[in-house]
Design a protein around this ligand. Structure first.
Ligand code: OSB
Ligand code: MG
Length: 377
């Protein structure tokens, strides 16, 4: 049954809600430790069909300037009035609606991605097909936070390797770096190993960063300033380890400049950080043409954001294992059914069904909702 004409899809109603989910284990980066997640979910409605999005910002402005509370205000006061009632033929148009807005990428992504989700459901096709994805299975890595002791970290690495994960990434910061990486390499000389500093160093640390070259790391992610591509360009010339940029890659334009300046050899694409699927696809395409491998980053998403990361990871340039891993690593009970699982070879099999293949559990979501608002024309 054809429910919609090609250009009939539009947001009749937009709902935002905040849910609260405890993590099964704390997650610590160079900017701090968290034990639970406040998550903003978006839901868009069109003629009985629904699409879901997730805003991937943290609670405090530590990864980027956005917070869950700023996103709430921006969606309510700025994005909803622009988006509600406006129809689209292809969801790739939606990124353009929000182009005049400076910043607030994660708020924008949560609305745009819900529209992609809705479009896939209305057209009755898998979301990954709507994105022109091709991969049927996604190689998975894990991001392991800073632990209380090196023994705890080694225990976690063992667990993840035994589970089949294809790449281990650890968080580093001054004082939790060289000796830790050395110990890991003593136990696991050959695994694919990356480190992520979340901007914890400066060029004054260049000798330390250079000393990591002996560990044969797959990459060092975001060693320097969160908005920097200039110092990274200098550093990349001085070290043999590939630099991967995360935080500063907020748009295609930033990716192009970083690649032209040789500030990195690998790029981490995060849907929220780049403002949603349309920009993420553009960055992917640009990197693919320029032989820059990409992988899909994570922001400790609930199942809704995670299912979108899976769809994005089907694009052919996602040649390195991403930070997209099983629901159970994060939450006792995820908000989708089925939860995301990873097979013992370290792959996620991409569901070959309409939408994402992971259905939000409405009753459960309602029970853990802290606040909710609905906007319509
Ligand atoms: O830098 O990739 C990062 C989580 C929160 C903020 C920033 C980062 C991360 C992760 C976790 O590394 C990746 C995940 O497992 O979702
Ligand atoms: Mg990172």
């Amino acid at each position: 049954m054809i429910l919609f004409q090609e250009n009939d899809i539009k947001i009749e109603r937009l709902e935002i809600r905040e849910i609260n989910l405890p993590l099964v284990h704390f997650f610590e980066t160079s900017f701090g430790r968290i034990e639970r997640r406040r998550i903003l979910l978006t839901k868009v409605f069109c003629d009985g069909a629904v699409g879901y999005g997730e805003c991937t910002t943290g609670e405090a402005p530590l990864f980027s300037h956005e917070t869950i509370d700023t996103a709430w205000i921006i969606i309510k006061g700025i994005l909803s009035p622009i988006a509600i009632g406006r129809d689209w033929t292809s969801p790739s148009e939606i990124g353009q609606w929000f182009k005049p807005i400076r910043g607030h990428q994660m708020a924008r992504a949560s609305v745009e991605n819900a529209c992609w989700d809705l479009t896939a459901r209305v057209k009755n096709i898998p979301l990954y097909e709507l994105l022109d994805g091709t991969l049927k299975e996604i190689p998975c890595g894990v991001s392991i936070g800073i632990q209380d002791t090196p023994e705890q970290l080694l225990g976690k690495i063992r667990t993840e390797i035994e589970a089949g994960y294809r790449r281990i990434k650890i968080k580093i910061k001054p004082g939790w770096d060289f000796d830790i990486i050395k110990q890991i390499r003593q136990h696991y000389p050959d695994i694919l190993l990356s480190v992520d500093a979340n901007s914890a160093y400066t060029l004054a640390d260049i000798n330390l960063l250079k000393s990591f070259d002996k560990f044969n790391l797959l990459m060092i992610e975001q060693p320097l300033g969160y908005d920097d591509i200039i110092d990274h360009s200098y550093l990349q010339k001085k070290i043999t380890t590939a630099i991967c940029l995360d935080e500063p890659i907020t748009s295609l334009d930033k990716a192009r400049k970083a690649i032209e300046m040789k500030s990195c050899r690998i790029i981490n694409i995060k849907l929220g950080r780049v403002s949603g699927f349309s920009e993420a696809v553009k960055i992917h395409n640009y990197c693919y043409e320029h032989n820059i491998p990409v992988w899909c980053g994570g922001m400790l998403e609930s199942g809704i954001g995670r299912s979108h990361n899976i769809a994005l990871s089907t694009l052919p340039g996602f040649s390195l294992p991403g930070d997209v891993s099983a629901s159970k690593r994060y939450f006792k009970e995820d908000i989708i059914e089925p939860p995301v699982t990873v097979n013992n070879e370290g792959f996620i099999n991409v569901p070959q069904v309409t939408g994402t293949g992971y259905e939000p559990k409405e009753d459960y979501i309602e029970r853990i909702t802290v606040r909710k608002e609905v906007f319509s024309v």
